[in-house]
Write a protein that binds this ligand. Structure first.
Ligand code: ATP
Length: 361
């Protein structure tokens, strides 16, 4: 069960939203299946007597026309509480002026790192066994600068902006993570053969920082080869350290390899705040109300959050219940080849939790 447990480190600082032994966290259900998943989390937390209260806010695509207030309210709430659990907010493609609220939130809260733990789960069908990779992605800059314009009709300039300061930060973050979690190797993913300055800087800074951590092996791989290696021989990777866009794509490939969007959780983290969400950041709009979405990724995001809050016992109890549901009872939703409903899975998680709590009485 251990490898399935959350690999999140408890926050170093005291959480601002902690009063009388209870934590207040911001809950942003978002669009699609987010609200349903949030209800499941709340039910499971209540059953497990988790000392967490949710400050629930609406941040979704239907209230966009009301202006930016809801985004600002969400940001203020997270600044107050330090932590959020979040569903994805749909981003419309058709309006070039419209900025992704997911991205705005990450930028304004300076959530510089995105971390995913992709590991194969026994009984969940996948092409490989033995995958156990930590994906660390720079989360705020690069191609996500939002700086694009049409120079003359038919010619668009789209700026990829990277800074030494953020590359240094994410490199230290990755090496510190490796030390804390007993990881042995970091592979920096880049395209420095073509993007000589931008990715060249990334590669140089990662290499420079690696010299401060002689215990951790550091190598590098060009992003196209990394994609091929990942699907062919994923077991060779331990931690992958990536700039923003490559990190997005490679993380999704890795999630796909271990079972898809319903399984893996992710965290966006900076110096001050942490926002927990699903690894692939999907909305799953076509699954709304059908009782077929896989709740694992959202539940695991909530478990990561508990770990971060220092509530390890609750976190482990819930993740063990999820793991046993997937592996002992084989309760599998259609996305991972099963016929079970979301509600079957939730019922089983609750049964295992109740069993464990009765044992502890
Ligand atoms: P859709 O509205 O069809 O869900 P989309 O293009 O917005 O489509 P995403 O939300 O990005 O899709 O999700 C990508 C795919 O992953 C979709 O096929 C979606 O149904 C599936 N998916 C997302 N989340 C889950 C989940 N929790 N369980 C099962 N499948 C999921």
């Amino acid at each position: 069960m251990k490898h399935f447990r959350s690999a999140i480190t408890p926050a170093a600082q005291k959480m601002p939203g902690r009063y009388g032994g209870r934590h207040t966290v911001t809950a942003l259900a978002g669009d699609g299946i987010g609200p349903e998943m949030m209800e499941h989390v709340k039910g499971i937390f209540a059953l497990a007597h988790v000392p967490v209260d949710f400050e629930e806010l609406n941040l979704n695509s239907s209230n966009i026309k009301q202006g930016e207030n809801d985004l600002q309210e969400a940001i203020t709430s997270i600044q107050r509480n330090g932590v959020a659990l979040k569903g994805n907010v749909e981003t419309k493609f058709d309006d070039p002026a419209f900025k992704s609220r997911n991205m705005e939130l990450r930028k304004q809260l300076d959530l510089r790192a995105n971390v995913l733990h992709c590991s194969t789960v026994p009984t969940v069908p996948s092409r490989h066994t033995g995958i156990n990779i930590i994906m660390i992605r720079e989360n705020t800059e690069g191609e996500y600068s939002g700086q694009e314009h049409t120079c003359v009709p038919g010619v668009v300039e789209s700026l990829k902006i990277v800074t030494r300061e953020r590359i240094e930060w994410i490199s230290h973050f990755a090496f510190d993570y490796a030390l804390r979690h007993g990881r042995k190797k970091i592979t920096a993913v880049h395209k420095a053969n073509i993007q000589k300055l931008g990715d060249g800087l990334f590669l140089k800074v990662v290499n420079d920082v690696s010299k401060l951590y002689p215990q951790i092996k550091c190598d590098s791989m060009i992003v196209d080869n990394a994609s091929m290696q990942l699907v062919a021989k994923p077991q060779q990777f331990d931690i992958m350290l990536m700039p923003n866009l490559y990190g997005n794509i490679i993380s999704n490939i890795a999630c796909g390899l271990v079972g898809g969007p319903g399984l893996v959780s992710g965290v966006n983290i900076g110096n001050d705040y942490a926002v927990f969400e699903t690894g692939t950041r999907n909305t799953g709009s076509s699954l709304i109300g059908k009782d077929i979405a896989n709740p694992t990724s959202f539940l695991r995001a909530s478990v990561d959050m508990l770990k971060y809050l220092g509530l390890s016992e609750h976190a482990d109890m819930i993740s063990d219940a999820i793991f046993r549901t997937l592996t002992e009872r084989m309760v599998h939703t259609p996305d991972i080849g099963g016929k079970h409903k979301t509600s079957d899975m939730i019922r089983s998680v609750r049964d295992y939790l109740q069993e464990e709590m009765d044992l502890r009485k």
